[in-house]
Design a protein around this ligand. Structure first.
Ligand SMILES: Cc1cc2nc3c(=O)[nH]c(=O)nc-3n(C[C@H](O)[C@H](O)[C@H](O)COP(=O)(O)O)c2cc1C
Length: 283
């Protein structure tokens, strides 16, 4: 009897629906606020990037080791004419589509050029790139087959007629002889995310921009080495080429670069480049 009275008079039991509602409301608001905070972080950090699933942990640690900064050693090239000389060098670069298979440049030259590319700046120093160097004739042949099959569809049905029309002055088509003639193909993959030593995904900020900058440095290095190149972005071939080269799923093909010496009768489109006044605005 006494227990019943006690239970009957307990405020908790009397008002349990209100307590329950209060608790549900409290945890819902807490969850929503946490989610909102995470989403706004993602929006900030992944601006311009495709979204990737990265496991969030409460124990946030930087991907790079935290250690004291070191003194900066200025570059070796203090030549005041350096910029002019560099301009003269790179202005001679042209995309060529007719390669000579002989002589074959030493692999060590390609390695030095890729070393140079690897000095590129990258978002939070993630270095989100992989350069696959292909010289095996059989692999090059398979790459050519994959690309030509896709390019046939691109030219004949997939792409807008304006695209095909805009390409006409370059005299390109779906036949890609340079893919088997060029002594080297360099397939540049962007790593959309990295992996920590314990197998967790690591964000690769601005991986496409970073890898593109590395690609630009590679082009300059190849030019400095006296080699010619062709940047290509074969549409829809990325997954098949990634599989062929057994690259992991976090890597996506950005550029397929053909590298070598031009053939003797190599011709290039008659193009002009914009003047400085067209590309530079002074304030
Ligand atoms: C992002 C990018 C994609 C390109 N894709 C192709 C391509 O798929 N096939 C091709 O023959 N050329 C391709 N090119 C080469 C351009 O057509 C070439 O750079 C342009 O016509 C200017 O000529 P130049 O490189 O001789 O200065 C590409 C260039 C860039 C930068």
């Amino acid at each position: 009897m006494e227990v019943e009275t006690l239970i009957g008079s307990s405020k908790l039991l009397k008002y349990w629906p209100s307590f329950l509602m209060g608790l549900v409301l409290f945890f819902s608001i807490k969850y929503l606020m946490k989610n909102h905070k995470r989403k706004s972080h993602q929006k900030y950090t992944l601006d311009n990037e495709e979204d990737i699933e990265v496991e969030e942990t409460d124990d946030l640690q930087p991907a790079l080791e935290e250690k004291p900064h070191v003194s900066f050693v200025a570059g070796l090239n203090l030549n005041p004419n350096g910029a002019e000389r560099f301009y003269k060098l790179v202005q001679g670069r042209r995309s060529i589509r007719s390669f000579s298979s002989h002589p074959k440049p030493d692999l060590s030259i390609i390695e030095d050029c890729i070393r140079a590319a690897g000095t590129a700046p990258s978002g939070a120093h993630t270095e989100p790139w992989t350069f696959c160097v292909v010289e095996d004739p059989e692999v090059k042949k398979t790459i050519r087959e994959i690309v030509e099959q896709e390019e046939l569809m691109n030219y004949s049905q997939r792409m807008h007629p304006q695209w095909v029309t805009d390409l006409r002055p370059l005299q390109t088509n779906h036949i890609k002889e340079y893919l088997t003639l060029a002594p080297y193909l360099i397939l540049i993959f962007k790593q959309t995310y990295g992996l920590t030593s314990d197998g967790r995904r690591k964000r690769h900020y601005y991986n496409e921009i970073s890898t593109s900058i590395a690609g630009g440095i590679l082009l300059c290095a190849l030019q400095a080495a006296g080699l010619a190149s062709l940047v290509t972005t074969p549409l829809n071939c990325g997954p098949a080429l990634r599989t062929l080269l057994q690259r992991p799923v976090n890597e996506k093909l950005l550029i397929l670069l053909a590298v070598g010496y031009p053939s003797e009768d190599c011709k290039v489109p008659d193009l002009q480049r914009k003047q400085l006044s067209d590309i530079m605005v002074k304030y």
